[in-house]
Design a protein around this ligand. Structure first.
Ligand code: DHB
Length: 398
């Protein structure tokens, strides 16, 4: 009772002060209410075959918040992480719950292409910005005007290695990719760029997404006797593949391995052993990227976790940046359209290098590096030795 009276008196005093200052006033207006928390619903595979993506991204989200605080423009940031196990029906159900029940301001995450595709209609219907921090098939951003991507696309990173191969005496190549969106993108864009530069594709092989056994495919590669094998596999499958590549003796049979950086993933690279040494691959992020910002990112990340950040971690870290800055730009107001508008065109230095969120495509424009696996101080790293600057997704219709 006593308390309520005091509150009333305080409100009266405030009202009088506001009147004296000529400020507009409504007594029960939000001016006296706590600002609502700003909710970000991250849907990630925390279990199942792609669990490393969830683990990497969650660690990066925590690091971003530890470094940048959990209040933006007066709004408390609340991150809700939900595990979809990498199953699209789960992603869809969780996205619906996050929008309808939790009333999230932003959806984020999406560890695999089918999971992003399953959520796109929900983002459109509910006008909720959807920040894709993992899935990398080119078409994803075209599935909803509310999608913004901070990861990468397979066409973006496959072209560089195709050019490198053609310039480095590789004439005949077999391609081996996972049989779904990003793999098909990688196969198509590697092939066209390699052929354009005079190369020849002698066989195209696709492996299943779920629990692949690479042995029969590697036998086919041996039989085709190419100069090199080009590989794309999603994050988490690289170590198993490299083991079988060595066991089948392909490294000794004079078949060079070239790949997108997904295969030489920093999450697993250190456990791959000598078979990975010297493998040339192209990607947008290496934990060995020699910038001051990246050195700090890797040091802080490793101080908080028992593992090295990979390209998934950096995409989640940058996704948080894009969301924070958008909320700041709306002065804490938020709102689907306003947030989206403030995400488009953001340009900033990421641990991977300079990046831009293309205002037209809502996709990321970034440098793509050609790297070689080297051992330094007893550890394996993707050491960058060449760069293609500001690469836009080549997969977008012109
Ligand atoms: C996708 C997933 C990955 O783990 C990866 O490395 C690249 C693409 C995807 O499903 O889009």
């Amino acid at each position: 009772m006593q308390k309520r009276q005091e509150t009333r008196q305080a409100l009266r005093r405030l009202a009088l002060a506001a009147l004296a200052l000529g400020l507009p006033l409504t007594l029960n207006a939000p001016a006296f209410a706590e600002a609502k928390p700003f909710k970000i619903g991250f849907i990630l595979p925390m279990t199942g075959q792609s669990a490393s993506t969830g683990r990497q991204e969650e660690a990066a989200i925590k690091l971003y918040m530890a470094q940048n605080g959990s209040t933006v423009a007066g709004r408390k940031i609340e991150v809700i992480v939900k595990d979809d196990g990498g199953v699209a029906d789960q992603t869809r159900r969780i996205a619906q719950e996050l929008v309808v029940n939790d009333k999230v301001d932003v959806l984020a995450g999406f560890g695999l292409t089918p999971l992003a595709l399953a959520t796109a209609p929900i983002a459109t219907q509910s006008k909720t910005p959807m920040v894709v921090t993992a899935a990398a098939t080119s078409i994803i951003t075209e599935q909803s005007p509310y999608i913004v991507r901070t990861s990468f696309t397979l066409p973006q990173v496959s072209i560089g290695i195709a050019e490198w191969a053609a310039k480095n005496k590789i004439r005949k190549v077999v391609t081996l990719v996972t049989d779904y969106g990003p793999g098909i993108d990688a196969e198509k864009f590697f092939k066209s760029q390699f052929q354009l530069n005079g190369g020849q594709i002698v066989a195209e092989i696709r492996s299943p997404l779920r629990s692949p056994d690479f042995a029969p495919f590697l036998q086919k590669v041996r039989d085709a006797q190419p100069d090199a094998l080009f590989v794309f596999l999603p994050s988490g499958q690289g170590a198993a593949f490299m083991k079988q590549f060595a066991e089948r003796g392909l490294d000794k049979a004079g078949i060079k391995l070239i790949a997108t950086g997904d295969v030489l993933d920093d999450d697993q690279l250190n456990d791959m052993g000598d078979v990975a040494l010297g493998v040339v691959n192209s990607h947008h992020y290496s934990a060995a990227h020699p910038s001051a910002l990246n050195k700090k990112f890797v040091t802080d990340f490793q101080a908080a976790n028992k593992f090295r950040p990979n390209f998934m971690a950096v995409a989640a870290y940058d996704g948080m940046r894009v969301i924070y800055k958008a909320l700041e730009a709306t002065k804490g107001q938020g709102g689907g359209e306003a947030l989206l508008g403030a995400m488009k065109g953001q340009i900033f230095e990421s641990p991977r290098g300079q990046v831009l969120i293309d205002a037209q495509t809502r996709d990321i424009v970034q440098d793509v590096y050609i790297r070689k696996v080297e051992r330094k101080d007893g550890q394996l790293w993707n050491v960058e030795f060449d760069v293609q600057k500001s690469v836009k997704d080549p997969g977008k219709a012109k």
